[in-house]
Design a protein around this ligand. Structure first.
Ligand SMILES: [Zn+2]
Length: 473
């Protein structure tokens, strides 16, 4: 029970801790997990899929393409033609890739249609403006509620869910509202880049006027044991088409597959609205490890069967055929599919630790568990999204005299997020990127609807199934 309180009672306040000192450059661990490429995703990587598919299917599609320009057709319904792929890249603001794709076609020199399309992309690209990085907001959710009757059934978890979670119905309306206002998902990796020596530089985001970049994240996508039976998805899977979907355990024990949480809901939304994604970017999932990841029981404890809590023991008792290696393989497959589709992962600490109050030794031991049991499944990350909305410093720049920063930076973390109720808070220095995040949940909607008007109107979004009043924190 204690875990639930820890997990849910995050603090939405930026706590000030006094700290001083000047910056001294520190030797950087070059390669945390033996693979450099996982550390620093580039915007371009997200669209490699499109390009390579274009090359591979070009010949076939040129003869088979019968429905040009079907802009409203979901991408999965039929293979995209090269022209559709280019349109999609351009819709995602990746004009250079769209142009490159068409110009690389053998018929380009003779095709007025392709040349006209390129001219169109060039024209839109010329209107783009660089967005001020310090004005980019970051919003986050927890696991979405599918069945409000189960989540708000009056048991001891109801008040917590009502405070920190969001229903699928609300999520649909919020996403639609943000889309209509011009919001576009970007990554922290677009906002700042990491140089070879570990220093950081400002990134740049170019969008047509009126478009507003934002960062999206979701915390604790582990489908913790304590949530079983509370009306939320049970895990993420790959369906028969290779798409990431959720499983949901129905009241009678049967398992449904569908879009029951943020990841497949956003995937679906971007299929219909590619202009909601900046060059293929989706959100960042902030992941703990103690109950495994993505609904898979991948933590070492499930293998060693040591130090199990009551939930873990009960779960293992109920799953006598549990195969640890198969569990890790399945989770890794889902994570890889997500990354190929624009999603990123961050550490949320292995044990949902409070990085403000925990001593550095505790955070080190915790991060070693993340590296040992989570990174092999999700891949290396250089993003840490602190649990409880805590932080390892105040609003002033991190310094090397801060032992927690020195440790995390040495272990490869460059991007640091806390929780902050202001519209945006971004700090880019020569050694770190920091951003505040805003919770879009029952608590914020109930108590501070005026703080959300840049995103949506609470009265239009609020799920009437929520009990009121939402309990104060
Ligand atoms: Zn959390």
């Amino acid at each position: 029970m204690k875990r639930l309180v820890f997990v849910l009672a995050f603090v939405g306040i930026f706590v000030l801790i006094g700290m001083s000192g000047c910056g001294i450059l520190f030797p950087f661990a070059e390669d945390l997990f033996g693979q450099d490429d996982g550390r620093e995703p580039e915007a371009g990587n997200m669209n490699m899929e499109f390009t390579s598919r274009a090359e591979g299917e070009e010949a076939k599609e040129d003869t088979e393409a019968k429905e040009p320009g079907g802009e409203n057709t979901p991408a999965s319904a039929q293979p995209e033609t090269v022209r559709q792929q280019a349109d999609r890249l351009a819709a995602m603001y990746d004009y250079d890739k769209a142009i490159e794709l068409l110009q690389s076609q053998s018929e380009y020199a003779e095709s007025a249609e392709l040349q006209e399309a390129v001219a169109g992309y060039e024209a839109v690209k010329a209107t783009c403006v660089e967005y001020p990085l310090e004005q980019i907001t970051h919003v986050f959710y927890h696991t979405l509620i599918k069945d409000t009757a189960l989540a708000f059934d009056g048991d001891y978890k109801t008040a917590d869910y009502n405070q920190v979670m969001t229903t699928i119905d609300e999520f649909h309306k919020i996403t639609q509202s943000m889309y209509e206002k011009g919001y576009v998902m970007v990554s922290v990796h677009d906002m700042a880049t990491v140089n070879e020596d570990g220093t950081m530089s400002r990134g740049s985001i170019w969008l047509p006027p009126g478009k507003i970049p934002f960062v999206l994240s979701q915390d604790d996508v582990s489908y913790y044991h304590y949530m079983d039976g509370d009306g939320m998805a049970s895990r993420l899977i790959l369906d028969e088409n290779g798409e990431v979907k959720n499983e949901y355990v129905e009241a009678d024990g049967s398992v449904s597959v569908g879009n029951y949480d943020m990841v497949p809901l956003i995937d679906e939304f971007v299929k219909e609205h590619p202009d909601f994604s900046y060059r293929g970017r989706k959100g960042i999932l902030a992941m703990t490890g103690y109950n495994g990841v993505l609904g898979y029981r991948t933590d070492a404890a499930y293998q060693t069967r040591e130090n199990l809590d009551e939930y873990q023991q009960a779960w293992l008792d109920a799953h006598p055929d549990f195969d640890y290696a198969a569990e890790v393989a399945a989770a890794t497959e889902v994570a890889n599919a997500m990354k190929a589709n624009g999603w990123e992962f961050a550490s949320h600490t292995w044990g949902h630790r409070n990085a403000e109050t925990d001593p550095v030794e505790t955070l080190q031991a915790d991060n070693e568990k993340w590296e040992a049991t989570v990174a092999p499944v999700l891949g290396a990350t250089d993003v840490i999204i602190f649990a409880f909305g805590a932080d390892i410093g105040d609003w002033q720049e991190y310094t090397w005299e801060n032992p927690k920063f020195a440790y995390y930076k040495e272990r490869g973390y460059n991007y640091y997020c806390n929780v902050d109720s202001s519209q945006y808070w971004v700090q880019i220095t020569g050694s770190s990127f920091r951003q505040g995040r805003r919770n879009l949940d029952g608590y914020r909607m109930y108590y501070n609807p005026d703080m959300l008007t840049d995103l949506f109107n609470v009265a239009d979004v609020w799920d009437e199934a929520r009990p009121t009043p939402v309990e104060p924190m």
